[in-house]
Design a protein around this ligand. Sequence first.
Ligand code: GUN
Length: 302
Amino acid sequence: MITKKKRIDGQVIARDVISSIQSETKKLIQETHVTPGLAVILVGENPASLIYVASKSQKANDCGFHSIQRTLPADSTEEEVLNHIRKLNDDQTIHGILVQLPLPDHINEKTVIQTVAAEKDVDGFHPLNVGKLGRGDLSSTFIPCTPAGVMLLIRRFLGDDLSGLNAIVIGRSNIVGKPMAHLLLNANCTVTIAHSQTNNLSKLTRITDIVVVAVGQPQMVKRDWIKPGAMVIDVGINRIVTSEHGERKFRLIGDVDYEGALVNAAYVTPVPGGVGPMTVALLMANTLASACRFAGYKIPKF
Ligand code: GUN
């Protein structure tokens, strides 16, 4: 089926998507006078979240969007956060609202997610949008950004119709695993969802054409788990400490033994530089799509 070995460069593909978003945004503004608006809310100062949020706001600026970022103190009450979201729901210049997760413990994540207007929920976390994805009603929902980015990579290399292919999603989170499985099913894959309680996992992966891993276990997926010719997508980002010349260093590694997987696989995404850049690019695509819906303009496909 698939023969040529390849490293999938998410950075190059994400750049290509961003460049298309920039030109589509210009067209939308010229023809409708609607500028896509993205609001990113961060509660508290989780160091990783600060970096993610800054990069999302920056990318929105790069795309030519109206971009606002609000950082609320960690001790904000739930009602203060909800009021903030309600104001953005009513703001006609904002088409996408993202509340960075995780939230401080005293704030109910479910309540926050349900308060974001479904038509501005560019994360695709609102139950209405989750339900539409489950029904395969993709044209009127928002697909969560990481699985949407993974699907774009898969489509670029394997095409739109994955009929006859087996896929396995390792991990069952609401943000990645579950929506990922729905998307693969929708593209006609035969899908297995595996998780921490799955027996004989490597036996399952060895017969599978598309392996998506999102578990947060450094290099869990080994070389001999991979079917010859498979496509392997690594969503994991694990920060590990190494020692170089007696100096402590941090390194990012994925859930897959990348070099090992390359031996058998046709395609493997590296970490960093694989799925990560795609997530931010698809957030921009969702925001543009939301603005297009608002303006009654055709939604571009990437
Ligand atoms: N935290 C980690 N990933 C995400 C994401 O995709 N969206 C939001 N809102 N928070 C996150």
